[in-house]
Design a protein around this ligand. Sequence first.
Ligand code: GDP
Ligand code: MN
Length: 366
Amino acid sequence: MKLKEYQGKAIFKKNGIRIQEGFPVNSVDEIQGKLSELDSSEYVIKAQVLVGGRGKSGGVKFATKEDIEDVAKSILGMDLKGEKVDQILVCEKLDFLGELYVSIVVNRVEKGLTLIVSLEGGVDIEELAKTSPSKVIKMPMSEFSPGSLMEKLKGFEHATELVEIVEKLAKSMVESDAELVEINPLAITPKGLVAADSKVIIDDNALFRHPEFTSQKESELTPIEKEANKAGVAYVELDGNIAIIGNGAGLVMATLDAIGHYGGKPANFLDVGGGASVEKMEKSLEICMKKDPKGIFINIFGGITRCDNIAQGLVDYISKNEIKIPMVVRLIGTNEAEGQKILTENKIDTLATMGECAEKIVSLVK
Ligand code: GDP
Ligand code: MN
């Protein structure tokens, strides 16, 4: 789960990193009353959305006491790369003498954490890594020590302070169960190094340990997504018309691609997960059908999941609710024969491959 800038900054501050101070508001009226909280006479207004590159898209603007409400109005309600801005962060404007970049990220290939530091921050780090790789320091956190990083930063004026910030950032990451913590830019100011932005992604599997964030996550969900959450299935709403039920994130993603390949558009997708029971499958169908799709594609590769459970869940659903839209089913793997038997007895056909299913459902829905 991605946190908003002000939430990430709060975590950094708690761990001793100096931040660009600010307060979030949802309306222009709240601003004047709170301005005295900031020790500054010039301000930065920043859209609190989860997309990056706000600066370049007009989501970060400077303001004075006089024009602050107009500036705030111009950002509130704007559309930033598809996200509507309903909250802004009113920040103190700092004197920037330079911009650094620092992040720690879970590196699945190396099965550990990777520290990335650049003395040229404020820019697109991936771009810099490509064009000037020598300007980006990358090291496994397992090899990090204040001394080892100092060595790499030899000659840099703010090296000692930067190393301290890396230690605090690492602490922030562990404390919040994050898979990514990033400060871009870490501003060089007359007061020292200051985190002027934050990007924090919390590992969803650890969200149960952070109820302070889940309440926000819950409010961002659609009613059907909330119901799916309760039922323990991963469900995502999309804007097409073909419902997809699969098991396992990889298979579900491949199914989305297959539909797209044949020119169709998914209405939603639902991952029943490993070892889905008869009841879970029935509930999954109920959830998927709420979006009123024009077709449905069930794609199961039985491993821990048993094909007979999936088939029975489908039959149970149909016995209570008529499915009036085209449906294609691919059911292979554990207990495939038992599953096929249940479907045949109930006059439900299956196709052998994902490609055939995708092609057929797209043609039926068109
Ligand atoms: P992003 O574009 O979404 O990453 O938003 P940032 O919070 O990183 O802000 C974008 C840019 O605005 C930064 O890289 C800075 O160049 C600039 N900026 C933000 N806050 C300040 C500030 O307090 N002072 C100055 N001089 N520039 C700022
Ligand atoms: Mn930034």
